[in-house]
Design a protein around this ligand. Structure first.
Ligand code: ATP
Ligand code: MG
Length: 588
């Protein structure tokens, strides 16, 4: 148990420091290198002064915080320059895609606060056009049907140090290619038996330019086009053309596509698109203590390590939503981390900091005791109840006050009492005094033990009637202030405390063949089922956020709460380690 003076005043002081830090370091719209590119394009009227971006998720999983960064960036650029941003599902891989994901992605983008208006598109809407463009490439002698097996294609491709070898099918005539490609579409050939390839350069130093595959044969039911197609375009082919069809100007993607840019440009040039979009890469967001790849997140869900894509420990938008994070705080976070070319890992403490800062002003303060210890105030009359005035949010006086019932038997936090306290313990111990928040100063006179276990079962205390908060608090000061609830009035609630999902800062590092799941934190969820909260929380609506004094911010779980018996998720604790890191670095 920490012997720090973990009392209300201390958190208040910390919050004030944090606020000051943020005000001093705030720049509302930090500039980034993409702004420079766009501003130059606007100056030279490259796209007739248009800015049109898109967010292109593949519907093969739920969105995560990395996607949030891409969403904020793409929709943000459009807003900043008076342009437009499309939502486009990149649904060219029928095997892994599903409408469940499409629906969740739309809900998540909306929840984040962005709107695509009537510009919702699917790459699959372009299948016919993409097919016709492929015929065009064939007729121009820029694409051919290749009968090599996938293994042979790989072998012929060469390596970074060894040039590739030309496919024996490379010299087929456009007519022969057209005939074969049409028959591919008609379903005459086996899956995987033939592909359509771009005819570029098998000796290019860029492996992506060594006659990349444009189309494959795949008999799979697509979530939108059903069984209409048995050939599907590859992402690298479909993406630039989808961008061009939608008249995108700046096609923003993450850095792993940098080596694909020559192919992006090649496709648009080969098809003679006028003022083709340009691809711009930025560094993907990585967050400490979590993983971001959809494949890995799916694995956590499918193998039952978490309760679902919206498990409050997941870095998904739906997980964050259920956890109680706000869209405002997530947007603020995405703004502050900025946009760069170099990959890095962002400290999760920074995201938590943004959440705290947002909730500090809006969340009502309430008292809830997570691990109750009974306190009987011997000199307080039996049966008497006082309804004490308590401010709802000391940071925001407009929120007003509430009434909190006080009576002879109250509960305090078990860890707020120590029989044999260390020197700097300012909470309760025998013979010592503390203030009960919004109420009176009490003194601990004696301890009642459980006869069998010897454990402290209750405390017998006396109160000083002349010390009621708000009325006479100036009279006498004590060092510790504790939260509490009245035994007769409190409501029993379940509380779920979360810790990081992984115990390693970078769980993706799979050392010596150990899987990333080996880095899962076994203590990432703690369920407390006998917590007591002030009576107002009985009717907490799912999704409502509070600050439980001294414990952090909590939300009534939107899934597991039921009428009259809310379950609370801890959104974030009150300790702000990021503000501390900044201070230690001399930045604050
Ligand atoms: P993952 O690797 O997690 O499966 P992905 O890149 O395959 O992600 P897409 O659905 O293709 O997922 O991504 C949609 C958009 O979001 C793309 O433009 C992609 O570059 C961007 N994006 C994905 N992950 C991140 C991230 N970690 N940081 C920033 N942008 C990202
Ligand atoms: Mg992808």
């Amino acid at each position: 148990m920490p012997a720090t003076p973990n009392t209300v005043q201390n958190y208040k002081k910390e919050n004030e420091e944090v606020s000051r830090y943020m005000t001093e370091n705030r720049s509302d719209h930090p500039s980034n290198f993409i702004h420079d590119i766009i501003e130059e394009d606007l100056r030279t009227k490259k796209y007739n002064s248009r800015v049109h971006t898109r967010f292109p998720p593949e519907p093969n999983g739920y969105l995560h915080i990395g996607h949030a960064k891409s969403i904020c960036l793409n929709f943000g650029l459009a807003a900043r320059y008076g342009g437009l941003c499309n939502l486009r599902f990149d649904d060219t891989n029928p095997a892994k895609e599903d409408v469940e994901y499409v629906d969740s992605i739309m809900a998540d983008v909306k929840w984040l606060g962005f709107d695509w208006d009537d510009r919702l598109f699917y790459a699959s809407d372009y299948f016919e056009k993409l097919y016709l463009y492929a015929e065009q490439l064939i007729m121009a002698g820029k694409a051919y049907v290749c009968d090599l097996s996938p293994d042979q294609i790989r072998e012929y491709r060469g390596t970074l140090t060894r040039p590739g070898k030309e496919s024996p099918y490379r010299s087929r005539t456009p007519e022969e290619n057209l005939d074969l490609f049409r028959r591919m579409r008609a379903g005459e050939f086996e899956d995987g038996s033939r592909v359509l390839r771009a005819k570029i350069d098998m000796t290019s130093p860029n492996l992506n330019m060594r006659d990349p595959v444009l189309y494959r044969i795949l008999r799979a039911t697509h979530h939108r086009t059903g069984d209409r197609w048995c050939i599907y375009p590859m992402y690298d082919y479909a993406h630039p053309i989808s961008d061009a069809i939608e008249k995108i100007t700046h096609s923003i993607c993450t850095c792993e596509f940098e080596d694909h840019r020559p192919l992006y440009d090649w496709s648009l040039e080969a098809l003679k698109f006028e003022s083709p979009p340009q691809q711009i890469e930025f560094a993907r967001l990585n967050l400490s203590y979590t993983v971001m790849s959809k494949r890995k997140l799916r694995q956590l869900v499918e193998q039952g390590y978490v309760s679902g894509w919206d498990d409050p420990r997941m870095p998904t938008i739906s997980g964050f939503r259920r956890r109680g994070y706000t869209p405002e705080a997530i947007r603020d976070f995405c703004d502050r981390i900025g946009v760069a070319k170099a990959n890095s890992i962002v400290d999760i403490a920074m995201l938590e900091h943004c959440i705290r800062e947002d909730l500090n002003l809006r969340a009502p303060r309430v008292m809830a005791v997570l691990r109750p210890l009974k306190v009987v105030i011997d000199n307080y009359p039996e049966g008497r109840v006082e309804y004490l005035d308590a401010e709802i949010n000391p940071e925001n006086a407009e929120m007003g006050t509430r009434k909190v019932p006080f009576s002879r038997v109250v509960y305090i936090e078990r860890e707020d009492f120590l029989e044999d306290p260390p020197k700097k313990f300012f909470r309760l111990s025998p013979g010592r005094e503390v203030r009960l928040k919004h109420a009176y100063i009490i003194k601990c006179d004696s301890v009642v033990r459980d006869e069998k276990t010897g454990e402290v079962a209750e405390l017998r205390c006396t109160y000083d009637p002349d010390t009621r908060s708000g009325i006479s608090s100036e009279v006498r000061k004590v060092k510790g202030t504790l939260h509490w609830v009245s035994a007769d009035h409190a409501v029993k609630v379940e509380v779920r405390l979360y810790d990081q999902l992984f115990s390693k800062e970078n769980p993706d590092e799979e050392k010596e063949g150990a899987l990333f799941t080996a880095n899962l934190n076994p203590n990432s969820l703690e369920r407390l089922t006998s917590c007591l909260a002030e009576p107002g929380l009985a009717g907490a609506k799912p999704g409502t956020r509070y600050q439980f004094m001294r414990h952090g911010y909590f939300v009534a779980d939107p899934v597991d709460s039921s009428e009259g018996s809310p379950v609370f998720n801890r959104i974030v604790s009150l300790k702000d380690s990021w503000a501390k890191i900044q201070k230690a670095d001399g930045k604050g």
